[in-house]
Design a protein around this ligand. Structure first.
Ligand code: FDA
Length: 587
């Protein structure tokens, strides 16, 4: 007998994508089941960098506080370095993750959150805990096998790998958050856009107290290159990545191009290499070894009928720029409100197609950026000489770096330029914050007098706050007339509802929003910003970024992306707002 379980939704995969989706859905009262093949959350640290964009999603349900508490931040993630060994000479360093004194202010102005360093081993259990305390059940050791769907719902067949019992889960929707080897994506037969990957990498998790080596050069990423030595094939270059300051580290080893990985190096060989990379006699112990691949893959579309995929299932790329779990969390945040609204009859089912329309281009751009970030490193390797074919050539180039010769001058210049270019990886605030959505759930400006183009020299490096529909709501600190502490626009928006921001002269939006909210059954909060309004704009920052007049409005969706704006109050505010919301909600 095959048992059948009924629930609202079924999620396959309890990684950052699946577990955060469960959290966001549960905040709308949706219940469901998560199944995962493993017997627990991530057992190796994997992705670390948690961006402000992802933190803002977690902030919507209060999880940013937990993430912030568990994370490492500030000085610990201050630099990325290039060195001969952890103990040895440093070739160069660059400020990273918002710690560049020239860019700190930009980060602070971009979000009420701060970027943090949080390994998956710490984040995932918190996500699972939140989801399971709020309406989701998790089934570990449970393998998703197949699904079928009809107009009313979807049935997923799963097997409990402890009891070997197979059962069916009937739900309204199935979510494929089943990672880079997604069975669901294969079964959906969705084409993947693939570029040749960058080959394998070996993660060696190491216990070693390196406090004395980083005390004067703090940082979470240290590229180690020894061009003047022969290297083992399995690790010609490596990144030493902080996991827990400063006694747990991930040594990421890159095998030399074309090397034979069928012979697995022994633990002693790995330890030998780790010790060379540390460069002094610090005791070290290997905890785990994992092999992973550098991919450049994005799905052409993220969904088919009642099945929606997210995370590594649809975008696979290396960790450069730290875009991995951050993109998973933002996929989930985009999807959750749409699913919840459809299930609660607040939106028509057509809105669900906007998930792929909005998130696939983001996936495509981050897959490219992460791989461009990796490719950019080749310029640094070349400048230091590690890529030269013979040891003699490598030694010669390395020694030239310190000489008053033409080769020395050229190499130093190349190194400086290549390190400067890597700012795109280590301060890529733009790639994190500049996402722009285009779909029927975004109502583009009809008014040509509204600013449409954003002047910016570099959209990967710099964040451009704007209220152009399809952009993330700019963060601005506001205050109440009787000062009670600053409040971010980010905190006024979200939390399951629409938010309309207006100002002096925009009084008509309030009754209009109340009427439309009642008519459509959708929460719409209205805040007037300005002198003596609901919130004051003490720094005039809202006035600077809002790009509309006082009486106009910016309508923000539950995921805090601008859905619509208008320059000045409409003649019939109720009609205008009703029309717009119906279009956004596919109603
Ligand atoms: P994720 O892979 O995390 O989760 C998918 C889940 O689905 C898994 O728990 C799996 O058990 C489950 N699953 C799969 N098939 C199933 C089935 N048929 N039935 C039931 N469950 C199933 N990133 C980074 O930025 N820096 C890094 O250093 C690393 N290092 C790294 C090392 C290793 C070993 C891995 C595997 C990955 C990384 N990554 C990484 C990538 C990073 O971990 C990745 O981007 C996110 O975990 C993706 O999150 P998802 O939730 O999409 O998939």
């Amino acid at each position: 007998d095959v048992a059948t379980v009924q629930t609202d939704v079924v999620i396959v995969g309890a990684g950052p994508a699946g577990a955060s989706l469960a959290c966001f859905l549960s905040s709308y009262g949706i219940k469901g089941i998560i199944v995962d093949l493993n017997s627990t959350s991530a057992d190796t640290p994997r992705a670390h960098i948690t961006s402000m964009a992802a933190m803002e999603c977690l902030r919507d349900i209060g999880l940013d506080v937990v993430a912030d508490k568990l994370a490492t931040k500030g000085d610990c993630m201050m630099h990325t370095r290039w060195a001969h060994s952890m103990a040895g000479r440093e070739y160069a360093r660059i400020y990273s993750w918002g710690n560049d004194p020239r860019r700190k202010g930009e980060y602070e102005r971009a979000s009420p959150c701060a970027p943090v360093d949080l390994p998956q081993t710490l984040l995932e259990p918190e996500l699972v805990r939140y989801a399971t305390l709020n309406g989701f059940q998790i089934r570990w050791n449970t393998e998703y096998l197949s699904f079928e769907q009809d107009a009313d719902g979807v049935t997923a067949h799963v097997r409990d790998n402890i009891t070997k019992v197979t059962y069916a889960v009937k739900a309204k929707y199935l979510f494929g958050a089943d990672g880079a080897r997604s069975k669901i994506m294969t079964q959906l037969d969705i084409p993947l856009e693939k570029h040749p990957g960058g080959g394998p990498a070996i993660n060696v998790l190491v216990k070693a107290d390196l406090s004395h080596l980083v005390k004067h050069r703090m940082g979470n990423l240290h590229w180690i290159m020894q061009p003047d030595r022969e290297h083992p094939e399995f690790g010609w270059m490596s990144i030493v990545r902080m996991v827990k300051p400063w006694h747990e580290w991930m040594f990421i080893l890159f095998p030399s191009p074309g090397s034979d990985l069928s012979r697995r190096p022994s633990k002693e060989e790995y330890l030998g290499r780790v010790k060379e990379l540390i460069g002094d006699d610090t005791p070290a112990e290997i905890l785990r070894v994992n092999v992973w691949n550098i991919n450049e893959i994005v799905a052409e579309t993220y969904s088919k009928d009642r099945v929606y995929c997210l995370g590594d299932a649809v975008h696979r790329h290396p960790p450069f720029n730290g875009l991995g779990s951050n993109t998973c969390i933002q996929d989930a945040f985009n999807l959750a409100w749409k699913i919840a609204y459809v299930m609660q009859n607040k939106a028509g089912p057509e809105i669900l197609s906007t998930y792929s329309q909005e998130r696939q281009p983001v996936g495509k751009s981050i897959v490219k950026r992460a791989n461009d970030g990796f490719r950019d490193h080749a310029h640094i390797w070349n400048a230091i000489g590690i890529t030269l074919p013979t040891l003699a050539e490598r030694k010669a180039l390395l020694s030239e770096l310190a000489t008053n010769s033409q080769v020395g001058r050229t190499s130093r210049k190349k190194l400086q330029e290549a390190i400067a270019q890597s700012e795109h990886e280590f301060h890529g605030l733009g790639i994190e914050m500049n996402q722009v959505y285009a779909s029927s759930a975004i109502q583009a400006d009809q008014d040509p007098s509204l600013k449409q183009t954003l002047e910016n020299s570099d959209v990967v490096l710099y964040h451009i706050p704007s209220t152009i529909p399809g952009r993330r709501l700019p963060h601005v600190w506001l205050n109440t007339a009787v000062p009670s502490g600053l409040v971010s626009t980010i905190d006024l928006a979200g939390k399951g509802g629409f938010t309309l921001f207006t100002g002096i002269g925009g009084e008509a939006w309030k009754p209009a929003a109340a009427k439309i909210s009642e008519q459509l059954g959708v929460p719409i909060r209205v805040y007037s910003i300005g002198f003596d309004q609901d919130y004051e704009d003490p720094y005039f920052d809202w006035m600077r970024v809002r790009e509309i007049e006082d009486s106009g409005c910016v309508l923000c969706r539950p995921d805090r992306f601008v859905g619509w704006r208008t320059k000045a109050v409409a003649e019939n505010a109720e009609d205008a707002l009703g029309k717009v919301l119906k279009a956004i909600l596919s109603k």
